[in-house]
Write a protein that binds this ligand. Structure first.
Ligand code: ATP
Ligand code: MG
Length: 341
């Protein structure tokens, strides 16, 4: 059984966290491969245990209904964004998670300020939101291709050369506001090497069932690799904050990358440490009353399997630590946010 104590998880992800104010230069400052040896089996075991832990935390996050978690994922093409999302979130109640993928802005989106579409997609309290690409595209693809900025319908003064510093500030301020509001932000940059991207692109071309994943546009974007490395370096240097840190996840090895991603999200949830609401004495009295009524309705002569169950189930569940399985599959859900009954 892998060791998933919070301290162990914090240690695992620490080398990948960008300390606020640190000047980052890619590719030299962060490896794209795991820095230490860990077998594929070990990484997969850790991921599986981590997935169970996320599910347990998510149940408590929904029940507490106070905090939300926003996971921001940025990467070059073929770095494994989709696979990371599906593996890391595989155990979580789908009603408690929303994934938003951001593509080239629509005409309606272009009619608004640049953060508008991201603000609309933020997770509600009690849930986990995942941005598959995010507001950071406004500092990445838009910076790498100046004609995109030129085409944005802002006043000319807003497109002057200080636009990038202004966007760093605006995004940091916005994220600070969100975290003050109870949205905990975890930002993951899946850091794949140029050589590994080349191999994955070739796989997508050579294997017929992967052809759909590849488009000529991906190869064209690869030609801007160095510009993206610079743009990512700037983003990491200017927007890793105490309230919304970046993690640079080595992404050449998929199981390892998924394990680190799960660790960063679990760590954020641990920092929130959501609790099941405690049942007030009035609510407990009402539960007991309902219990008495339900038991009285049992057909004569039948043993009621529920009889004798502890009515203070929620309080009992609160004592369970994260990572303990067996509870979540029994949970019933009543709202679109995955709240437990
Ligand atoms: P996949 O290829 O795995 O389906 P993807 O995220 O690469 O996922 P695509 O449809 O291939 O999806 O690409 C989306 C494109 O939209 C990317 O090239 C991205 O840079 C671009 N994009 C995202 N946000 C913006 C933006 N604000 N302005 C301009 N382009 C953007
Ligand atoms: Mg793509």
């Amino acid at each position: 059984m892998p060791d998933l104590r919070p301290k162990r998880i914090a240690d695992l992800i620490a080398p990948y966290r960008v300390e606020p104010g640190r000047r980052v230069r890619l590719p030299k400052d962060f490896d794209t491969t795991p820095g230490r040896h860990i077998s594929r089996d070990q990484a997969e075991q850790m991921l599986e245990a981590g997935v169970g832990m996320l599910a347990e935390y998510q149940g408590r996050l929904a029940a507490q209904d106070t905090w939300a978690v926003l996971v921001v994922i940025q990467a070059m093409d073929a770095a494994g964004k989709d696979g990371t999302i599906s593996h890391v979130m595989s155990g979580v109640n789908p009603q408690g998670v929303e994934v938003h993928s951001f593509k080239v802005p629509s005409a309606e989106e272009q009619d608004h300020d640049y953060l508008w579409r991201y603000a609309k997609a933020l997770p509600s309290r009690g849930s986990i939101g995942i941005f598959n690409r995010s507001h950071y595209e406004e500092l990445l693809v838009v910076r790498v291709h100046p004609q995109i900025l030129a085409g944005e319908r802002m006043p000319a003064a807003s497109k002057r050369s200080d636009v990038w510093n202004r966007r760093f500030r605006e995004i940091n301020d916005w994220e600070r506001y969100l975290s003050d509001q109870g949205i905990k932000i975890v930002k993951l940059f899946l850091n794949v090497s140029k050589e590994e991207q080349r191999r994955r692109f070739l796989d997508r071309i050579n294997e017929p069932e992967k052809n759909w994943k590849f488009s000529g546009a991906d190869a064209k974007e690869r030609a801007y690799w160095d510009d993206y490395q610079k743009a990512f370096s700037e983003v990491l240097s200017h927007t890793s904050t105490e309230w919304a840190p970046w993690y640079v996840v080595p992404a050449d090895d998929k199981p390892y990358a998924r394990m680190v991603a799960a660790g960063a999200i679990a760590n954020a949830l641990h920092e929130i440490n959501p609790k099941y609401p405690t049942v007030t004495p009035e609510a407990m009295a009402s539960l007991q009353e309902a219990k008495t009524t339900l038991e009285a309705e049992a057909p004569a002569g039948t043993a009621d399997p529920a009889a004798g169950a502890d009515a203070s189930g929620a309080a009992g569940a609160e004592r369970k630590g994260p990572g303990q399985k067996g509870k979540r599959n029994k949970a019933k859900h009543k709202t679109a946010k995955g709240k437990k009954d």
